[in-house]
Design a protein around this ligand. Structure first.
Ligand code: SF4
Length: 354
């Protein structure tokens, strides 16, 4: 039986993602990953279709928009990343470097609900070598500064790593880059294939964690908390710098006890090695009017609190804003969570609260 430190896991392991339907761009088959995935899915009998572009996939079945959305989340699209202009990725890193886009998870609050719009299917990019060559150019341009890249801006790349092997390549690439660093975050526990990657401590491996209430109500189709903590222990044992993102931080009845329990459990179950050089990133819950509409269509029974009157409108870039907690509540969240971290992880660094 799997264990967290010495404690047995109570819940069954979450199965790695396997799509019900796969689309390929024809040119993706010219790449090793595309060819390998094509043969793998053919052998497994998974339905395969061809699409001219990973940006315009048609033919995902579903009688209602909700059904089509669910089916899209179980659809994999294997394509080539064309745009090599890397977007900024503040506050977590300098640039975004995605090996995939979209996610099989069903987190109600996920920002991909709106950023992926009508394309909620999971895309993986076969031209990982070209993506890494682009990173190299950006690193050289900023030398002698260190340049940091975030691989999880538009997906959860660990969730598809058993299919792609891309993160393994990325970790080893950055392991050799004196001035390049990689970071990513995950809610999935299938980390075993990454543990032997020669990282040279240039990759910070982060896990997204939250209180029981948030995970239970809003994070279907992701690895459960115990699995994430067990995976974090393995990653720490493999010598990776480790971090946790606690997001989205939510205010609900009993949130203080819920979050204190999270940090207490984390401190009790995490192996000792994992507590060295630990970072925390804190992100409060936010939503946009568009996100609210989409979330209520897709998860009509969600308990997600999205009442504009209880929030503060924060203006963002290009005149597009979002609803965050009012200043006093945000300050309370920030201070309370920092206090728990200082209590249970006195050596850890809180990188930001936003
Ligand atoms: Fe979104 Fe992350 Fe949940 Fe995937 S695991 S649905 S990327 S929040």
């Amino acid at each position: 039986m799997a264990t967290i430190g010495e404690k047995p896991l109570a819940l069954p392991k979450t199965k790695p993602f396997m799509p019900d339907l796969v689309f390929f761009e024809p040119k993706a088959l010219d790449y090793e990953m595309g060819d390998r995935l094509y043969r793998q899915f053919k052998e497994m009998g998974t339905p395969i279709k061809i699409t001219p572009s990973h940006n315009r996939v048609v033919g995902i079945p579903g009688d209602t928009p909700q059904q089509a959305y669910r089916n899209a989340k179980n659809t994999l699209v294997v394509g080539i990343k064309k745009s090599m202009d890397l977007e900024q990725s503040k506050p977590s890193a300098d640039y975004s470097l995605p090996p995939s886009t979209g996610c099989m998870g069903h987190c109600h609050y996920c920002y991909l609900q709106t950023t992926m719009g009508k394309k909620p299917y999971v895309r993986v990019y076969v031209n990982i070598d070209e993506i890494l060559a682009t990173a190299k150019k950006y690193i050289e341009r900023r030398a002698p500064n260190i340049t940091t890249f975030e691989a999880a801006c538009s997906s959860d790349p660990v969730g598809v790593e058993h299919l792609t092997g891309s993160l393994h390549k990325m970790i080893e690439f950055f392991g050799q880059e004196e001035l390049g660093r990689l970071r990513f975050v995950t809610k999935y526990a299938n980390v075993d294939s990454l543990l032997d990657a020669r990282h040279n401590q240039h990759t910070r491996f982060r896990f997204s964690v939250n209180s029981e209430y948030v995970i239970r109500n809003f994070e279907p189709a992701t690895s459960h908390f115990q699995e994430r903590v067990e995976a974090a222990g393995k990653v720490a044992r493999a010598g990776f710098p480790l971090g946790f993102i606690v997001a989205p931080l939510m205010v609900y009845k009993g949130w203080q006890e819920g979050y204190e329990k999270l940090f207490r459990t984390l401190a009790d179950t995490l192996i000792q090695e994992a507590k060295k050089d630990l970072t925390f990133e804190l992100i409060q819950h936010r939503f946009t009017p568009t996100a609210k509409k989409v979330i209520l269509e897709r998860y009509p029974k969600t308990k997600l609190e999205m009442e504009e009157e209880k929030r503060k409108y924060k203006w963002g870039k290009y005149g597009r804003g979002k609803y965050v907690y009012p200043d006093e509540q945000a300050r309370d969240l920030d201070e309370t969570i920092r206090h728990y971290i200082a209590t249970y992880f006195p050596e850890a660094v809180v990188q930001y609260f936003t």
